[in-house]
Design a protein. Structure first.
Length: 73
């Protein structure tokens, strides 16, 4: 965890917390799937200023990283 990231969460207000979201898309998929792992109500997210909000549906999932970031092969 880098220093700026740690300062943000350690000095945060009570109503600020990290959401674990994942967006899955593929040319073979008919839809883009958006899920949030740690908010059982789901959450609306605005990715870019001026763009609309997208909904991330709750899915109680576990994500284990293989240690190879940036390589989806």
């Amino acid at each position: 965890m880098d220093n700026e990231y740690a300062k943000f969460f350690f000095n945060r207000k009570v109503d600020v917390y990290q959401l674990e979201c994942i967006e899955l898309s593929h040319p073979s998929f008919m839809n883009t799937y958006r899920v949030v792992r740690n908010d059982d109500r789901g959450v609306y997210v605005q990715h870019k200023e001026g763009s609309g909000q997208v909904y991330y549906e709750f899915l109680p999932a576990s994500i284990q990283r293989s240690g190879m970031l940036g390589d989806l092969d």
